[in-house]
Design a protein around this ligand. Sequence first.
Ligand SMILES: [Zn+2]
Ligand SMILES: [Zn+2]
Length: 226
Amino acid sequence: MTDREQLAHGYSPVFRALDTLSIVAFAVLSAVLARAVGGAWWLHLCFGLIGPPAADVLTGSVHWAADTWGTVHWRVVGPMFIRTFREHHVDQLAITRHDFVETNGANAMVALPMMVGAALWGQPVVCAAVLWLCLWAMATNQFHKWAHSGDNVPAAVRFLHKHSILLTPRHHALHHQAPYLSNYCITGGWMNPLLDGIGFFRRMERIITALTGAVPRAEDHRLTEG
Ligand SMILES: [Zn+2]
Ligand SMILES: [Zn+2]
């Protein structure tokens, strides 16, 4: 199968079923973690405020990794995680055609191990930190989809875009401009000026290339050429 065929046909019914189960498990584990935090409202306040920038850095790093390394042909990881990122650079409106499960399933799945670990531990501070980080990280692909959806978004989202509170179409468009090497953070985009300002991701690429010999964006070159 060619790279482009893999992009078009990579989302099988099995992966859809796994995504659906992940979203259900995410909802159940969120309730378990909230119960473990109990009435400690100050923990919700504290981590509710730390969660957005932390999720921005976390999801920006995952976005950078999926844009930069690996291939859609890798087993499981390729079709379930890397595919959507590669598809997004070839056809940035494809995400607007994904339904709720395809948009949000992968983020829910990635969050599950951390949520299970925190639930088993049961420590309130840890549960609050993981709960809020995962809630914001889970919402990221939905925020990203809205940044590509023009006026076709709920009125409340239009308001948040207008006041630059959520990832705005204008800010995120910077990621889709050649040479596609900046503004990876897509929860709110709040941390992009800092991370791009210090050249964080280019530094990481130089370290990884020095250690492994891997070439950043090797598959991107093939997709855009062919
Ligand atoms: Zn990207
Ligand atoms: Zn995008």
